[in-house]
Design a protein around this ligand. Structure first.
Ligand code: SF4
Length: 244
């Protein structure tokens, strides 16, 4: 067992355990792990260093008409970093998009909206009580931010993960469609994203409970039916379904 400077490592009958409250993290244990069972995922970057990385794909952005998307987790939790990074993207002529769950304080979106070329905005559940049951917070702030961003004029693509038992009801998609039609006239596109269980192994590796353990991805015909309903929003709907 490598020497942990924070005394955060303990060898227990079930295996190695890391006390995350103590972990610095210094990466010594991952570097010393002979089997690769512990590995460092991610890294720390300054805005300038990150721009240097993304600029390596400039030719691809120019050919595809795309750019860089900042996603998460929730990137809006790091507004100072994002503002500095987006400013560098703009100076470099690289289009930038922010992918957000919409729950940050409005002051964050007010700062970031002028700095980006596109916002990918998650609208998962329209009903406030259902939203609270599924996520632990009410949808009020998210819907208010969505409407205010639409009013600001920034191009928006709405994204809805279609998760059976949570977001996949016809009633929910109908309610989001109504909200987009009434409150978000500048939305350019609405993506319906079928749930996949690809995240399950990651949770297991981190020793975390996976709340969607038994959830199955929606079928193509379910996706097609929901996409039909979503079209009542009046915006372009992009989903998957083999019988549309
Ligand atoms: S990353 Fe460093 S501080 Fe954290 S458990 Fe490993 S050795 Fe200890």
């Amino acid at each position: 067992m490598p020497a942990c400077p924070s005394n955060a490592l303990a060898l227990e009958p079930e295996g190695m355990r890391i006390d995350e409250d103590r972990c610095s993290p210094c990466d010594i244990c991952a570097d010393a792990c002979p089997s690769g069972a512990l590995e460092v995922i991610g890294g720390r970057w300054t805005p300038a260093e990150l721009l240097e990385q993304v600029a390596k794909d400039r030719a691809f952005y120019e050919t595809s008409g795309g750019g860089v998307t900042v996603s998460g987790g929730e990137p809006a939790m790091q507004p100072d970093f994002l503002e500095a990074f987006f400013a560098r993207c703009r100076e470099a002529g690289i289009a930038a998009a922010l992918d957000t769950c919409g729950y940050a304080d409005w002051s964050v979106y007010e700062r970031l909206a002028p700095a980006v070329d596109l916002i990918l905005f998650d609208l998962k559940i329209a009903d406030r009580t259902d939203h609270h049951e599924a996520t632990g917070v009410y949808s009020d702030r998210i819907l208010a931010n969505a409407a205010a961003l639409a009013e600001s004029g920034v191009p928006i693509w709405v994204r809805t993960p279609i998760v059976p038992g949570y977001t996949a009801s016809e009633e929910n998609i109908r309610a989001i469609a109504h909200f987009i039609r009434e409150r978000m006239p500048t939305v350019e596109r609405w993506d319906l994203l079928p749930y996949t269980n690809l995240g399950r192994p990651k949770y297991h590796r981190l020793g975390l409970a996976y709340d969607l353990e038994t959830a199955e991805p929606p079928t193509d015909s379910q996706m097609a039916r929901l996409a039909d309903i979503a079209e009542s929003s009046g915006v372009q709907v992009v989903g998957s379904g083999d019988d549309r």
